[in-house]
Design a protein. Sequence first.
Length: 374
Amino acid sequence: MPEILYQINPNRNVPWNDIPLLPIHEDLYRTADIYEKLGEAKAAIARLQGRSVVIPNQGLLINTISLQEAKASSAIENIFTTDDELYRAYSDDDAQGTSKEVLRAREALWAGYHYLQEQPAFNERYFVQVFQEIQQTTDEIRPDFTNTTIKQGGDGPNAGQVIYTPPRGTEILHAKLANLIEFVNNDEVYKIDHVLKMAIAHFQFEAIHPFRDGNGRTGRIFNIHYLTKKGLLDLPILFLSRYIMDNKDDYYSGLMGVSQRGDWKTWLLYMLRAVEVTSNITYRKINDIVEAKENILAHIKKEAKKLRKPDELVDMIFTQPFTKVKHLQEAKIYSEVTAREYLNQLCELRVLEKKLIEGHHYYLNIELHRILSE
């Protein structure tokens, strides 16, 4: 009888309290095609890291790429907002509705990143804090009495059917999380490539499903934080949710494939492809933004020679798509009168587009908006 490499979930309607502990059997990931795809994923993420570290204005990445990551991650959970709504809300810091939920995901991304800068390793508190930031709650690990199930979405013939029931019981959840945390922290005992380990850990977290809600967004934020904690990226700028959103059905079928059939190969190839594709997308976006910034700065210096502090002005309009007069004032670059005059000059040069939204004036960076929307 062949060896059973992974004990699958026997009944999707019953809590999977016996999720196999990590690590998984090495034969489940040590295959030629997985290692070939791993090499491609690592090359792509290394190129992204190399490009990002030489950019002097890190705010260009922090405030643009992370907004798009939060937007895509939220969209996976059917939380949608338009780019303009999101950018306006971010520029005003007074988001409402779905824009507010998306900005919570962005805040959770950065809150978790800064938390890990002060901690030697991942811990349970990290996961709880990211979840609490997303949900704006004081809730923690699911209590024993919660009857959590994952059901088929949509309006098809199988809509509403249970496709997975995560483990139940606070002690069990704490124990499973402790095993996951030990797995991601201990690279001496669990000598698995970091990108592979991230993919394995992501499945495990989603299978544990430790919170009442927000598990998907928490798990996707963890992916990026793991890569930064292990030194593959300096900043959490990988636009990973873009690939998952574009291939949403494969994402969920991959998760179910592991729990129902022990099909780790399909899942790992999917996640490695996600890292490769989104690393390349993010790399190209960074190059496009940097090129647009340099071209616009040169254009301003040529066409508006009397404009003071052009470098600082261009830096500011590239930190977020919507700029307001107050942003330049608060950064102590210009007075209110000068800021308004210069922003209007950039509109005349067709660098910016002035928009009146709900009685307030915003200045849209047309090129930055175009690049982020592609």
